[in-house]
Design a protein around this ligand. Structure first.
Ligand SMILES: Nc1ncnc2c1ncn2[C@@H]1O[C@H](COP(=O)(O)OP(=O)(O)OP(=O)(O)O)[C@@H](O)[C@H]1O
Ligand SMILES: [Mg+2]
Length: 252
C-alpha cells in the first residue's frame, strides 16, 4: 500500500510519437491535500503534463512518484483509482446520461448517480429532458451545452471520489450562469482532495498553495500568486490580461 499520496515529478520528459519533446524536463512536488494550479500560454504542455500525471501516457524520460513509489512499480489500476481526471474536452460517451455519470464508479446505484447529479447542479436540467436520466447524450455529448457537459463530467468525478482530482478547465466560452453553476460544482468536487487545476480564468486559482507557470514544455516559475506577480513577467502579463478582460465584460 502507498503510505501517502504526495506526487513527485523528477526531470520529466515526453514527446508524442517520438517527435519533438513537448515536456522538456519538469520537476515538481505536490503535497497530499494541497491545491496546485498549472497556468501558461496555449500549447505550453499543461494538458500533456496532467495526462502524464494521470498515467494516460508513459514519460519518455524521468519519473513520476505517488507516495514515494515510482509509477512503474504501482499497478495501473491503483493509479487510476487514486486520480479523477476531468478533461478539457469533457468527454462523454454515446450512452444515457445515467451511464455516463455511472462510469465514475461501476456498480453505483441509481440513487448514488442522482445524488452526485444533484450536487453538481445537473439534476434540474436532466429531469427537464424528454427521457430524463435515460436521455442519450450522443457522441461527444451533442445536444447539451458546454456547461452542462462539464457538469456531467464533474458528477462522474464526484462519484469516483478519488483522493486526487485533476481538472483541466474547458476553454470554450460558457455563459455567466453556467459558469457560476460549474464553479459551484467544482468547489464541491475539490473539497478535501489533492487538487491540480489547469486554469484559464486566473481568478479561480489566485489562492492556490502553489501556481506552476508552464511555458514551452518547461517550468518557467512556481510560487504563490503575490510572489509570481513580482517575479514572473509572464504571470503578471497573464494576470493583467485576465483583469482587463474582466473589466471589459463588466463595463460592457
Ligand atoms: N495527441 C497529440 N499528438 C501530438 N502532439 C500533441 C498532442 N496533444 C498535444 N500535442 C502538442 O503538444 C504541445 C503541448 O500541448 P498541450 O495540449 O499539452 O498544451 P496546453 O498547455 O494544454 O495548451 P492549452 O492551454 O491550449 O490547452 C503542443 O505543441 C501540442 O500541439
Ligand atoms: Mg490544454
Amino acid at each position: 500500500m502507498l503510505k501517502n499520496l504526495d506526487i513527485e515529478l523528477n526531470d520529466l520528459r515526453f514527446s508524442y510519437n517520438n517527435e519533438d519533446e513537448v515536456i522538456k524536463g519538469i520537476s515538481m512536488y505536490l503535497k497530499k491535500g494541497s491545491f496546485s494550479a498549472f497556468v501558461g500560454p496555449s500549447g505550453g504542455g499543461k494538458s500533456t503534463l496532467s495526462k502524464l500525471i494521470g498515467a494516460y501516457y508513459d514519460p519518455s524520460q524521468g519519473e513520476i512518484k505517488l507516495g514515494n513509489v515510482e509509477y512503474k512499480n504501482i499497478p495501473l489500476k491503483q493509479i487510476y483509482n487514486s486520480i479523477a481526471y476531468v478533461s478539457q474536452d469533457n468527454f462523454l460517451f454515446d450512452e444515457s446520461i445515467r451511464e455516463n455519470i455511472r462510469m465514475g464508479k461501476l456498480g453505483a446505484s441509481d440513487e448514488e448517480v442522482e445524488k452526485v447529479a444533484r450536487e453538481s447542479g445537473c439534476h434540474e436540467f436532466i429531469i427537464n429532458l424528454e427521457k430524463g436520466y435515460d436521455t442519450k447524450v450522443g457522441s461527444g455529448g451533442g445536444h447539451l451545452s458546454g456547461g452542462e457537459r462539464q457538469r456531467i463530467a464533474i458528477a462522474r468525478a464526484m462519484l469516483k471520489n478519488a483522493p486526487i482530482v485533476i481538472l483541466d478547465e474547458a476553454t470554450a466560452y460558457i455563459d455567466p450562469e453556467n459558469e457560476r453553476l460549474v464553479q459551484k460544482a467544482i468547489s464541491k468536487l475539490l473539497d478535501g482532495k489533492t487538487v491540480i487545476v489547469i486554469a484559464h480564468r486566473l481568478s479561480t486559482i489566485k489562492d492556490s498553495d502553489q501556481i506552476f507557470v508552464i511555458k514551452d514544455g518547461k517550468l518557467d516559475r512556481q510560487g504563490r500568486h503575490e510572489e509570481l506577480l513580482e517575479k514572473s513577467g509572464l504571470y503578471k502579463d497573464m494576470w493583467l490580461a485576465h483583469i482587463g478582460a474582466k473589466e471589459v465584460i463588466e463595463y460592457d
